[in-house]
Design a protein around this ligand. Structure first.
Ligand SMILES: [Zn+2]
Length: 244
């Protein structure tokens, strides 16, 4: 296997590895989006539950006030019927004062019941709005969530294909170079094999020494950029090979 063949095989492996990296990055966005839309749905559900709790509290408070008012009204009626039976002015005055207080309390209770009834309508309106919002969020989870799950299944299938491609690509590589390729790839953002144009390494955009550029063109040994440590090959011969 010539030097150029070895580097071309590594570069083919690199192309597959870059596709795998892109696909993995694409797949990472899916769970984040899924979490976002499901989180939105859960928040809407929690808000609706809290509003239902407020409605139940309101209904309970109104029932209690109505029962209390009923009892107090009966008490007032009894007292009023007793007023005429009272013998002394002192007894009469005392009961009349009690009656006054009871009637004022009842007016306060009636006011509170009206307030609770008004509040009930507001809570009901809020509830209807929240139910609508939850239905919308549920629809997003149902449609977009389903799409995401389908996309993820597609990504998994593509990944399996790419892993097969990778096995095939690695089989064409010089085994002694693969470990070094892996090391450089991890250190250098996925790019381990780069062309040199003129004297410029296209990995780091810096010039290699002139003597090294000459050695690179004359072929033979595998060279790495003294700056970024990537495998380098002459771009000219690459394009000549591609044109041939
Ligand atoms: Zn370089």
């Amino acid at each position: 296997m010539s030097r150029d063949d070895k580097l071309r095989a590594l570069e083919e492996l690199q192309k597959v590895d870059l596709k795998i990296r892109d696909l993995a990055q694409q797949a990472e966005r899916h769970p984040a989006r899924l979490k976002q839309i499901e989180g939105g749905r859960d928040d809407a559900k929690a808000a609706l539950d809290a509003q239902r709790g407020r409605l139940a509290d309101n209904e309970r408070a109104r029932r209690q006030n109505e029962q209390l008012l009923q009892l107090e009204k009966e008490k007032v009626r009894k007292w009023e019927s007793r007023l005429s039976e009272l013998k002394t002015t002192r007894e009469y005055a005392a009961l009349a004062r009690e009656l006054d207080i009871a009637k004022k309390t009842n007016e306060g209770d009636e006011e509170e019941i009206r307030r609770l009834a008004g509040e009930y309508e507001e809570i009901r309106k809020g509830l209807a709005e929240m139910e609508k919002q939850l239905a919308e969020k549920d629809a997003v989870v149902a449609s977009e969530g389903k799409q995401i799950h389908e996309d993820l299944a597609g990504v998994r299938a593509s990944m399996e294909e790419l892993e097969k491609e990778r096995s095939a690509a690695i089989a064409h590589c010089d085994k002694s170079l693969v470990a070094k390729y892996e090391r450089i790839r991890k250190q250098r953002g996925g790019i381990a094999v780069v062309p040199v144009e003129g004297m410029t390494c296209k990995g780091c955009q810096r010039n290699i020494p002139p003597q090294m550029a000459n050695n690179l063109r004359s072929g033979g040994e595998i060279l790495t950029c003294p700056n970024c440590n990537r495998f380098i090959y002459p771009a000219e011969s690459e394009s000549a090979a591609a044109g041939a």
